[in-house]
Write a protein that binds this ligand. Structure first.
Ligand SMILES: [Zn+2]
Length: 273
């Protein structure tokens, strides 16, 4: 997940966050130069339906859409699931899903401060409050999903998931949160942190970005059009077709708390109830 600098300018979040991110955004532009990524890899990323804008080479693979890690191996084995669509701007694009329901996914956190630990507890309780057959349980160490801290650089990147569930139906792990000083500001709101963690958890169980079709929707300055990779879309019954700007799976955060909205709940239940 990444901070939308434009939204921050409109004054949604702490000035300190705004300041540090604006300052470092120029660095990000240099790092994400697609020219450094081989054309073959760009094609693989596109064929899997991800945005080819701002692709970053990282150890063992590439980071796309700011917070999704695709290993070299994953790039070679395309796996595209159905698109669940709920509005003009929103679709819940899945790849593999976690299987073996009902199932308790254990999750631990290490190397991160108290606000992140508390944020995880809130994120877990948000999922568990839905009464799905997939639930989360925080454990002291290890677990199915490990949340770890690492320096993900400047430029507003807050966290990164290790992609999507495996072909054998297990959640992706780890989730890496940016522990660089100031990445989340000096005193982040715990509910915002919970939103970021819930977002990365969403990736681990198969959710792509809600504004997949038009990432400019939440990210502002980004180009739109992430393509559809030739796969169909399933409209989720009962949801409105107009825009809905508050999904927890939007690609960029404006710094606000985004608990599951009505469409999010429908999509989660559609997959895991
Ligand atoms: Zn994301």
């Amino acid at each position: 997940m990444k901070i939308n600098l434009k939204a921050l300018v409109s004054g949604v979040v702490l000035t300190t966050v705004l300041f540090s991110c604006q300052k470092e955004n120029k660095t990000q532009t240099t790092v994400t130069d697609n020219n450094a990524v081989p054309a073959e890899v760009i094609n693989q990323i596109q064929s899997q339906g991800f945005s080819t804008e701002g692709v970053v080479k990282v150890n063992g693979g590439y980071r796309v859409e700011n917070d999704i890690f695709l290993s070299d191996e994953a790039l070679k084995s395309p796996a595209i699931g159905p698109i669940l669509r709920v509005g003009d701007e929103e679709q819940y694009h899945t790849t593999n899903l976690v299987t073996g329901l009902p199932r308790v996914i254990t999750i631990s956190i290490s190397g991160l401060s108290t606000v992140f630990q508390n944020g995880l507890d809130i994120a877990v309780s948000r999922y568990n409050a839905l009464g799905m057959r997939l639930t989360f349980q925080r454990v002291a160490s290890g677990g199915n999903i490990q949340i770890v801290g690492a320096d993900l650089g400047g430029g507003g990147v807050l966290g990164q998931s290790s992609g999507f569930p495996t072909s054998t139906g297990n959640p992706a792990s780890p989730i890496t949160l940016n522990n660089r000083a100031g990445a989340f500001g000096s005193n982040p709101n715990v509910n915002w942190v919970a939103t970021v963690i819930a977002h990365e958890m969403g990736h681990t169980i198969g959710f792509r970005h809600t504004d997949y079709k038009n990432r400019a929707y939440s990210c502002g300055g980004f180009k739109s059009n992430e393509g559809t990779a030739g796969v169909g879309a399933i409209w989720i019954p009962g949801t409105a077709r107009n825009g809905d700007p508050n999904s927890w799976m939007l690609a960029c955060t404006d710094g606000s708390d985004r608990p599951f909205n009505a469409n999010d709940v429908i999509a989660l239940n559609y997959l895991y109830h």
